[in-house]
Structure formats: C-alpha cells, structure tokens
Design a protein around this ligand. Structure first.
Ligand SMILES: [Zn+2]
Length: 93
C-alpha cells in the first residue's frame, strides 16, 4: 500500500512537466532516461548478465566496478553512478 501511494504521488508530480532524464535533465524517451542514457542503461543490464555468469558478482558491486572502470564509456559511467546512488533494486535474473 505504501508503494502505491508513493507512485501515485510521483505520477502527479511528473504530469505537470515534461519527462526529463534523471541524469542529464534532457528530454526522456522512457520514464527515466534520455536516449543516450537509456542505451547505456540497456548495455549495463546486458553486460551484467555476462559478468554474473563469470564472476557471480552482486549487482551493486558490478555497478561500482563499471563506474570506476577506465574502459567504461562516460554515458554508462553516469548511469552506473546514478544507479549506485539511487540504490535501485533491479530484478535482473
Ligand atoms: Zn540523459
């Protein structure tokens, strides 16, 4: 019930303005991210599947790893940092 109340409050707040990317404040294509950050987010999810198989790394640790990794692109880093900070629970299996 608590969660439902929260999401309706959020919906009301977001209806009053255009959807913005939670990271860079550009126009969002989905609920959360702009085109570039959404693409980076999808890559992060996809890449996690690979890492998890090889390393059995927890989601949060994985995010910290890619946020620090020199080879990670800037978009993906920003998404990773955002997700770490946000502490979002992901149902990636
Ligand atoms: Zn963005």
């Amino acid at each position: 019930m608590e969660a439902m109340r929260q999401s309706s409050t959020l919906a009301k707040k977001e209806r009053s303005k255009k959807l913005r990317c939670k990271i860079c404040d550009k126009e969002a294509i989905r609920n959360t991210y702009c085109k570039s950050h959404h693409k980076a987010y999808e890559n992060i999810i996809k890449q996690y599947e690979v890492w998890k198989k090889a390393l059995e790394i927890p989601w949060k640790e994985y995010l910290s790893e890619i946020a620090e990794n020199q080879l990670t692109g800037e978009w993906a880093k920003e998404v990773a940092r955002y997700l770490v900070k946000d502490g979002e629970e992901q149902n990636v299996t």
